[in-house]
Design a protein around this ligand. Structure first.
Ligand SMILES: *Cc1c(COP(=O)(O)O)cnc(C)c1O
Length: 459
């Protein structure tokens, strides 16, 4: 069977793209000046563009291709399911085998407080569902005033109206008159950026106590939930001090606030455990999932709901007027189910925890010695480099973001995909990356740091 790839050459695809395609998160004026890079195929940790140039994908697409590219068994599972039952919904007392099988498997791999899942089509939709759930839960419990959700600046929870409101990206808020009412933000546990002279431990407690201050300011009787990513990904891979999440959990329990983990990036092995909450030692009541759930082969997301919350909704809630046409889509569910089995059967989580993860982190830390890098941090298969003008004083470049863009462009030109969040370079490679591929990645990254240092005049 042929694909569309051969239909046009690069210039042909670029011309059609310019005329017809409005891209997500893209400055089109700048894109059209340069022309789109057309990605045509992928295998393992590598991508190829329409000119046949190979790129090492140290971002796993958008943090999602956990099992790597080229897994034909996932394509086969999707094809078989689409032949048998391409679509049917899960409304009105119906269900399909892949959605049920996936639910049971998710109950096995998620922490013990979870045995039920609500499906969505993406991470944003999962977080929209969470907004609905944590408010509905309060109505069912007879606490109708308890509706406010607390989240964090520089958090990312998706791009729908609710997702972007939960998120703490001020540029996104400005463009959409967001956040919607009932969502408020506190500062993130960003030690390198905000920690000043404090030790990690001192700063971790201080950052967590901001939640308590906010709950008291709003009145605990008005707050339903706190939501956070175990590691803030799109905000620049912000890794909290280890005492942060236990303190957040203590505060949530003290005031009866639901604790929600957005595991869209951290879930399915990225931090060396199945879920980020296990790495950071806390027990969420709800958990958003997407990305690594299907390794991006087909779109799917979901929310794990603790037995306590689910039982309340089931016993006293009646019908919950919420759901998506594609909640529990048969083909997406079948692919997610097989993907999770691959992660489990190949021991990818253990490999990241005990073997390739520690190796990648050791090699990544070496980049911290580079004159341009103020801090190299990471856990498992996720990490960040802070590019700074002066390491000793943590002085950033002005304007912020220019150096990160220069570095990202050098990466792209030299066969490497890393992403820049302002001047923070970030990585999140496929979990199957081998030691040899890690060596290749670090060598490429170092070369691009050298080129960037030269371009911005740092010695
Ligand atoms: C990507 C992301 C989302 C949004 O997921 P989409 O599938 O793009 O809607 C939500 N939360 C986190 C933590 C993410 O990284």
């Amino acid at each position: 069977m042929s694909t569309l790839r051969e239909r046009h050459d690069t210039a042909g695809w670029q011309a059609l793209d310019r005329q017809h395609f409005l891209h997500p998160f893209t400055d089109h004026k700048s894109l059209h000046e340069h022309g789109t890079r057309v990605i045509t195929r992928a295998d393992g940790v590598y991508l190829w563009d329409s000119e046949g140039v190979r790129l090492l994908d140290a971002m796993a697409g958008l943090w999602c291709v956990n099992v790597g590219y080229g897994r034909h068994e996932l394509a086969d599972v999707a094809a078989a399911q689409m032949r048998e039952l391409p679509y049917y919904n899960n409304f009105f007392k119906t269900a399909n085998p892949p959605a049920i099988a996936l639910s049971a498997l998710l109950a096995e791999v998620t922490p013990p407080q979870f045995s039920r899942v609500f499906y969505a089509g993406s991470g944003s939709e999962a977080n929209d569902t969470i907004v609905r759930l944590v408010r509905r839960y309060r109505d069912v419990r007879g606490e109708p005033k308890r509706k406010t959700i607390i989240s964090r600046w520089q958090g990312y929870h998706g791009s729908t109206v609710a997702g972007a409101s939960l998120g703490g990206m001020s540029a996104m808020h400005e463009q959409g008159d967001l956040p919607i009412p009932g969502i408020v933000h506190i500062d993130p546990p960003y030690w390198y950026g905000l920690g000043g002279e404090l030790s990690q431990e001192e700063f971790g407690l201080k950052a967590a106590r901001l939640l308590e201050e906010k709950i008291l300011e709003l009145g605990p009787e008005t707050v339903t939930a706190f939501i956070g990513e175990p590691i803030q990904g799109a905000g620049g891979v912000i890794i909290p001090p280890m005492n942060y999440w236990p303190e957040i959990e203590r505060i949530c329990r003290k005031y009866g606030v639901l604790l929600v983990a957005d595991e869209v990036i951290c879930g399915f092995g990225r931090t060396g455990n199945w879920f980020g909450c296990e790495t950071f030692g806390f027990k969420p009541d709800l958990m958003a999932m997407a990305k690594g759930m299907s390794s991006g082969y087909l779109p799917i997301g979901g929310v794990m709901v603790s037995d306590e919350v689910a039982n309340t909704l089931i016993a006293d809630g009646g019908e919950f007027y919420h759901g998506y046409t594609y909640s529990g889509h048969p083909a997406c569910s079948a692919v997610a189910e097989r993907n999770i089995r691959i992660i489990r059967d190949e021991g990818l989580v253990e490999r990241v925890r005990t073997d390739t993860g520690p190796y990648l982190q050791a090699r990544w830390r070496e980049l911290g010695e580079h004159p341009l890098v103020g801090e190299a941090r990471g856990v498992g298969f996720i990490g960040a480099l802070e590019l700074v003008k002066d390491k000793a004083t943590r002085t950033r470049f002005d304007p912020l973001g220019e150096t990160g863009t220069i570095c990202r462009d050098f990466c792209f030109k030299n066969g490497l995909v890393m992403r820049a969040v302002w001047d923070t370079m970030i990585m999140s490679p496929p979990l199957i990356m081998t030691r040899a591929e890690i060596d290749e990645f670090i060598a490429l990254a170092r070369r691009c740091l050298d080129l960037t240092a030269e371009a911005v005049g740092v010695k």
